[in-house]
Design a binder for this molecule. Structure first.
Ligand code: ADP
Length: 307
């Protein structure tokens, strides 16, 4: 069995308009890299961290915390050394913390001969998410581990379903260079919703799932609507309404907040349309002088993978 592997840790889009805290998808075009090595020394040591200023102490880094959760129930007697090479900026809303949590536990499981199921790996990775945002949410780590689109049908007991990904679906993501902490963008949410908003929302979740399975792009488009979270959170994101309306005008199927923001995502049918959406999004931010990173990506059907 190998002693060391290098993995691609996919960036992820959580929520996907109508599916707050339950839907997510994995991206191909952006992700971190990690090198994970078995050691005789017990525990987890983060030996290198490039690309971002983040804590390297095991208990303060999500990779360390998720890894310790796995080790606490494993009969393996040794430990692991982890190198993290960040490409995803922390607080970007495309699962920076989730990439490190999932990469660590997926690679460790691989090096141990895969004793744990994907569902168990998600549970370990959720411990990392708890450190990052105070809430052990699974909507970024589930697509990171399973790949493609995922639905967290239930948190207690944890029940994750991998959903079909239509072949021509592409994502465009723009990250305006301001930081929104997940913990802060959770604080502004209301804890109650009206029955009429609930009815619209679960109609759309059902429609989106049906559209993904039947590869019905019109149905996907009609269902990519968020009546509950987007109206509140979008105020934290510069020119959200303009980015959304310009994207829809050039043919996006839908456009919304990626995770807790500030990144904005759009889904399109085909790469050509996704590139048109990217140009439209850039146009809005160039006009008002906001710097950004932008990605056009196919959907990553595998999630974390060996490089
Ligand atoms: P995102 O949704 O982009 O992951 P969050 O705000 O949820 O952003 O998570 C970033 C937080 O997690 C930051 O406070 C950061 O210091 C902390 N963190 C700890 N370890 C890591 C890591 N390996 N990668 C990214 N963020 C980490």
């Amino acid at each position: 069995m190998e002693n060391e592997i290098k993995v691609f840790c996919s960036a992820t889009i959580a929520n996907i308009s109508c599916g707050f805290d339950v839907l997510g998808l994995a991206l191909d075009g952006i992700g971190d890299e990690m090198i994970v090595k078995k050691t005789i020394k017990k525990g987890i040591t983060i030996t290198k961290l490039t690309g971002q200023k983040l804590p390297m102490e095991t208990h303060k880094n999500v990779a360390g915390v998720a890894g310790l959760a796995l080790l606490s129930v494993s009969d393996y007697n040794g430990g692991f050394e982890i190198e993290i090479h960040k490409k995803i900026k922390a607080g970007s809303g495309i699962g920076s913390s989730a990439a490190s949590s999932t990469g660590a536990v997926w690679a460790m499981n691989k090096l141990l001969g895969e004793p744990f199921t994907n569902m168990e790996l998600v549970k370990f990775a959720m411990k990392g998410e708890e450190l990052a945002s105070g809430v052990p949410h699974a909507d970024n780590v589930a697509p990171g581990i399973y790949g493609g689109f995922t639905l967290v049908r239930s948190y207690d007991p944890l029940d994750i379903i991998k959903i079909n990904t239509p072949k021509e679906l592409y994502a465009t993501v723009i990250h305006p260079q301001i930081e929104v902490k997940t913990s802060d963008s959770r604080k502004i949410l209301k804890t109650n919703i009206s029955l009429s908003d609930g009815i619209k929302q679960w109609g759309n979740v059902g429609g989106l799932i049906a559209g993904l399975y039947t590869e019905d792009y019109d149905l996907i488009s009609r269902s990519l609507k968020d009546h509950i979270v987007e109206p509140i959170r979008s105020i934290l994101i510069p020119a959200f309404d303009a980015v959304k309306s310009e994207s829809m005008q050039v043919g996006a199927l839908g456009c919304g907040i990626s995770g807790s923001g500030p990144s904005i995502f759009a889904l399109s049918k085909g790469k050509e349309n996704a590139l048109k959406v990217a140009a439209a999004m850039k146009g809005v931010y160039n006009k008002i002088g906001i710097t950004y990173d932008i990605y056009v990506s196919s959907i990553n059907l595998e999630g974390v993978k060996i490089m």
